[in-house]
Ligand binder design. Sequence first.
Ligand code: XMP
Length: 313
Amino acid sequence: MASMNYRAFIAGQVESLRREVGRGIAINALSGGVDSSVVTVLAHRALGPQMKTILVDNALMREGEPRRVVKIFRDLGIPVELVDARKTFLRALRGLTDPEEKRQAITETFYKDVFGKAVKRSRATFLLHGTILTDIEETVAGIKRQHNILAQLGIDPQKAYGYKVLEPLATLRKDGVRRVATLLGLPGDITRRIPFPGPALATRIVGEVTEERLATVRKATAIVEEELGDTGAFQYLAVLLNDCATGIRKGRREFGQIIVVRCIDSVDARRATARELPWPVLHRLTRRITAIPGVNRCLYDLTPKPPATVEYI
Ligand code: XMP
């Protein structure tokens, strides 16, 4: 699509959101990723005060992220309500180790406990989602349950939750969403942001998600994003494995945790290859990551997608 057509896309979506919602109230959940950010700006442009946006702190986000995102939107003149649901999510995840059970717990907690209540409070009857074409294709193909797909799975949200779902980005891929984001005036911090999954750091913890394990993967994530931010790679991330390995710290034996670093090139996340990072970069990552308390190994993942996926659960 040429830039002119993206402008037409924006005008068309603003128009159809106004038509669909009428005098009703609509709500969306913003994560700070480019997809939900674009939906937020489009919807506020279309619906003004009839549009309500919340950001759910699910305890699974990156360091300082919830407040940072709320501020970016406040600076754009868009009010975002921060909902602190950290305890609810951590409770729902307690004891779970199976990847799909963890995803399911996050989906259910989000829709039934947290977002469901926010929707009721707001009296909204329309819910806006940042679903993009790739999410739909992968869910339909049965590769992965993306957290934000309902209708495609045969779940009628009107019956199940009492609202209608609107997906203004369902015809776009990531590159298109970024073009629209730029045209909408979103800052580079958002438009250039690497993909970050809805279930957030939980997709990067193999085994149980606990506050302590989240703190470890959060520190590793900050290091990876700092060190690899100028690579221009499609996505880079840190994963905490469920295994331990023997090591030595301060002259004593330590059975420590293992962090995997992944840095991939891809166009739309359907296929990916590992970036050939220079050895000095890999050594620096290893040095910094093994300085995190309790972590004594750092591995670099060379596996392409397929057969691997980008995330670990
Ligand atoms: P996978 O791990 O399936 O990831 O190869 C492909 C791309 O999608 C992101 N991803 C998700 N995004 N909800 C999302 O919004 C999810 O549940 C989810 N799972 C994976 C992942 O970061 C990668 O860019």
